[in-house]
Ligand binder design. Structure first.
Ligand SMILES: [Zn+2]
Length: 425
């Protein structure tokens, strides 16, 4: 049996407790024991990792992954690559995420129907390195809304399935389920990138959303939704959507609805895309802060701060991550969200880390599998960090400081020899 013991680590177990010095024994793919205090556990025949001075924490979950988004600058980049080329790009991003300490990825949506599915299956078969993946579907949208890029004079295909009415929705969801998608993506509200349907509008109807949820749940799948508008978020909560994205606009009734549904819903604010535009990080592709201003991005960020600060105070389960994969905010930098949670929504660094680990594990484990904590019986997804993320969250952005990355009890990376040399020097 494959056994590993981390000895004398500073263990942050994600339970909400303060870090402590201790040993962690991994047996097979699970954490078999956690000892408080160094030298409390017998190593036996286990491979020993001397983790003194290193920070041991659960692997992180990206809550809104786009595995097939590789340096996207325009919709064209989602449509143009052939399925073969796009599959390779998707596989590459899966490795990038795991290299960055994300041992789980909740797929929001992908640019083609089976990209997430194919890579998930290859990772699960041990053929490729990557996180635990819940494969996202194509975006499902309605005529004239986000994702529908065809026009009367130019019927070009956008990166979405366009449906109208509950029956077409049922068909699209069943198709996505048949092809193996774990998560069905709905574009419920408008979006600042689609001027015909701005962020506060709600083109998808309640009956369409409810049909999507009923159908996906009948297949044991989950539904996640792009929703920025108040009415869109209300409709999602009332229809039983499992994961809500963005949710910038709110009123008191919506906040109460979130609280009513807090035991079975997850939320990812995904502020990174707007943060980077506001900070001129997208200027290289022509999307300056000034243009962002015309698009109303600063107002959306302001609304996001209000809504998600309120949701934090009400104990709604936030996940980090979201919309990484653009040219100016590439996959691999997803841990930036941790600091965004502190700066925008008032989380402490420890609470932000819990969103990335504990909450992420709850979502991925779906209430049946133990994931996202360093506790006995949990799946052994672990990061060994050279640095203290609680003092400086940016250490998690430096892959050189991720000394070891373990997924399912197996080392994806073990650079202990490098850490030892640094300690000796
Ligand atoms: Zn997205």
């Amino acid at each position: 049996m494959n056994r590993t013991i981390f000895t004398g680590a500073t263990v942050w177990d994600a339970s909400g407790a303060k870090p402590f010095v201790g040993d962690v024994l991994v047996d097979g793919n699970r954490i078999a024991a956690v000892g408080h205090g160094a030298g409390k556990l017998k190593a036996g025949d286990a491979h020993v990792v001397d983790a003194k001075g290193l920070f041991l924490m659960p692997g992180m979950t990206e809550g809104h992954a786009h595995l097939s988004f590789e340096s996207v600058a325009a919709t064209e980049d989602l449509i143009t690559p052939s399925p073969e080329a796009h599959t390779l790009l998707t596989a590459r991003v899966a490795k990038v995420l795991l290299d960055a300490g994300f041992t789980s990825a909740w797929g929001a949506s992908e640019a083609k129907l089976r990209l997430g599915v194919a890579v998930r299956d290859a990772v699960n078969a041990g053929l490729l390195p990557g996180p635990r993946i819940r494969a996202g579907s194509l975006e499902i949208s309605v005529t004239g809304a986000m994702g529908d890029e065809s026009r009367e004079h130019n019927p070009r295909k956008g990166p979405s399935i366009i449906v109208d009415g509950p029956e077409e929705m049922r068909k699209a969801v069943r198709l996505s389920c048949r092809e193996g998608c774990d998560n069905i993506k709905l574009d419920v509200s408008g979006d600042p990138f689609y001027p015909g349907t701005p962020a506060h509008t709600t083109p998808m109807s309640f009956d369409e959303i409810r049909m999507a949820v009923e159908t996906a749940h009948a297949y044991g799948r989950k539904v996640n939704a792009h929703t920025r508008s108040i009415e869109g978020s209300k409709a999602c909560l009332r229809a039983g959507v499992d994961m809500l994205y963005h949710c910038e606009f709110s009123d008191e009734e919506l906040l109460d609805l979130f609280e009513e549904h807090k035991d079975h819903v997850f939320v990812a604010p995904t502020v990174s895309l707007f943060h980077t535009i506001n900070n001129n990080e997208a200027a290289g592709v022509g999307l300056t802060a000034e243009i962002g201003g015309y698009m109303g991005i600063p107002g959306l960020v302001e609304a996001s701060v209000q809504t998600h600060t309120a949701l934090r105070k009400r104990g709604i389960r936030h996940l980090i991550g979201g919309d990484y994969g653009f040219k100016w905010s590439p996959n691999g930098t997803n841990a930036r969200d941790l600091q965004f949670f502190v700066d925008y929504y008032g989380y402490t660094p420890a609470e932000a880390l819990r969103c990335a680990t504990w909450n992420g594990g709850l979502a991925m484990g779906m209430g049946v599998e133990k994931l996202g904590a360093v506790q006995e019986g949990y799946l052994a997804d672990l990061l060994l960090v050279d640095g203290d993320p609680l003092a400086d969250l940016s250490v998690l952005l430096d892959t050189n400081r991720l000394v070891a990355i373990m997924k399912d009890g197996q080392f994806h990376k073990n650079a202990m020899h490098v850490a030892e040399r640094r300690a000796a020097a």
